[in-house]
Each structure stands twice: as structure tokens, then as C-alpha cells.
Design a protein around this ligand. Sequence first.
Ligand SMILES: [Fe+2]
Length: 408
Amino acid sequence: MPHYTCAGRIPSKRHIQFRQPSGQHYHEEVFGTEGFAGPTSTLYHLHPPTQVAAWKPLRSAAPEFIESNILRMRHLRTHARPAGGDPIDGRAVLFGNSDVLISHCAPTEGMDYHYRNGQGDECLFIEQGSGQLHTSFGTVEYRQHDLVVIPRGTTYRMVPDRLESPLSPAHPYGRFLCIETVNGSHILPPPRYLAKKTSQFLEHAPYCERDIRTPIAPEPNEALGSHEVRIKAMNWIHTYEFPNHPLDVVGWDGCLYPFAFNVHDFAPIVGALHMPPPIHQVFESHNMVICAFCPRILDFHPQAVRVPYNHFNIDSDEVMFYVEGTYTARKGIDKGSMTLHPHGIAHGPHPGTLDGTLSQHATDELAIMCDTFQPLVPAKAALEMDDTHYPESWHAASRERIRDLAGV
Ligand SMILES: [Fe+2]
């Protein structure tokens, strides 16, 4: 995040001696981006973060892409995917390209190790569930419908709460999506929301600093002994063994840290006539935007068309994840549906949905959109939940069927 934050104990100046009660030095670590020219934080460890006991390659993390030469609209029923694995190895890539990977996870196990994504920022969307993200910067408490942003290189362990009312008994720890950069760029608010000189959120931004939940002050773990950190880099997971607990930070300050933002804190921007998708934007990275379509009043011009206009994805692919409420512009979808509308084909509301929405004045829809500016390719896991009939719902001959689905 761009705004300065400070937590725990730090010395009065950077790069000066800073001693523990025992008289030993704390170990300063500058955690920075863009070769010391981008957002940076400075952390103070009990032990040198550089010392390593052992390491070895563990497994490939390269996604298995399929159907890379087939252009079609897709609909994945993510709730059909069996739960399994922990919050890291339970992730399955659904779509990806050379900028971003979009994964789904429904964990059934905890993590007995820490994790560090060394090749990209992560943005987790918590579809259902809550828990703690224990990081070098302290703990980020997360809850349902949070977007949790984890900068590249952050060491963390995700501890989901066991749910009292899971979506199904087989999903005791809920579900989340992971949107992950693979092009070295960072997931940040759009620059147009921020003051050029101070990076403060401007008045027209749909959220601000007060909505950003920063880590609770770190409590350094003094434990020694073998501690595993699995590091993702170069599309491989390596296991690194450290001689001390990886979360041994007593304090830090700076502008680079994990945080949570709940999409219900997003203040939708509405208008007399249809407002374009960028007004729903929350974050972006190079060649990718993340938007939240939240409950809001609909367009209020007396002759307003209350579903989006058709639009041509000349430059982008649209992934929409339907979370809650009634999404009036698309039919045949359900909670947990994920649609892909690729470049090269115009898209918009399903034919036949316009008239049925003219009398509506508000929508309760909640959907997360990820638009990419390079084509997305499905991965093997996407086929396992693929609704192969979805393209037919856009067939001209199926217009009557859509009218039936829409109830108009
Ligand atoms: Fe679109």
C-alpha cells in the first residue's frame, strides 16, 4: 500500500544500531521493490533473515494450460470442485496468461509450514470463511468477502477458522480465489484514486485509508530449531529450512505490507445512466484490473437502461465471479459461477434481460471481476467444472430459453 505505516518497535532512525535487551543487535531488513525505487518497508528481526540451514526443490508449480487455441465463452461452476489440500497446495489454477494466474482453493487442511511467493503479488478473495494470515508484518485478520493483498516476498501462514455454517460439510474452511501476478508487477489501487504528491486517497475514490486493515503489530516468535518455508519462484516450490522461526520481527515501518479490504467497504459510484466498469475498480497491476460489483441503486434516468450496454473486448478478457445476490445481466449462472468472456467476441447482458430489469431500482448483486489485457488460457482444473452448455445460452436460437430463465 502506498501510505506509510509503522508497527511494533523500531529505532529512531534507519540503519543505526538497534539492540535487544540482551545487548545483541536486531537484524535490519530492507524489503523493497523496483530496485530501491519503489514502495519499501524496513523490518527488524531477532535473527539474520539471510541464514539458511538447508533447501531443496519440492514440486513444480507450473500450471497445466489446455485448449490454448480455442476461442469460446466459458462458465465454471467452482462449487463443483471437491475441497482438498491446504491453503497453498490446495490451489488450482483455472485461468492464466503471462501476466496473471487465477486460482481456486477450498482447503481441508492446515499449513504446518510458512509460505513465500517469490514471483508475484497475491490478492485473495475470501468467498466464504475467516481466519488469520500470520506474516512477518504481524497478523492480518480476514473475513468473508475480503480482498487480502500479499506483496511478493511476504512470508506467511494462512490459518482458516473452522466454519460453524460451511457452504457444505465437505468445505469446513470455506473457499477463496487467488489472483496472482506473474509479470513482476504489484497489485495496488489505481493511480487515479491517489494524490500525485502524497499518495493519499482522493475524495472521488470509492474507498480510502480508513478501509484498509493493516497487520496487527508483530509478536516475534523466539523459537529456534528447524522451520520450513516453502518458496515459490521460477514456477517451482522449493522448501527452505531456517534455524529460527521465520516470523521473528519486532517492528517495521514503510509503505509495503499485506493488508485486507472488505468489498462491503467499497462505496459504489452510481449515475443517471450506465457507468462503465472502471467505476467498480478496486486494484490493478500491469495488464490486469480487479473490480467489485457491489449492491447499489441502479441508474436513475427516467429512460435508463438498467443492464450494461453490449461492449466489445477489443483489448481484454473478462472474468466474472458471482458471489451473492441476483446478477440480472447474466442468466444460467449461480453463486460460485465464474464466466470468461474472451477478447474478439462482443459481450454484455444476455439477450432478453433488458426489459425485465426496467422496473428495478436497486441490485443486490455481489461479483468480483478480473479483466486482463492479454488473452487468458484455461488450465486443466477448469475443465473439471466446465459448463459446456454455456456458449449455447448465447446462441440466437436459444433466446426463448433465456427468456424462460429470466422470467420475462
Ligand atoms: Fe465486460
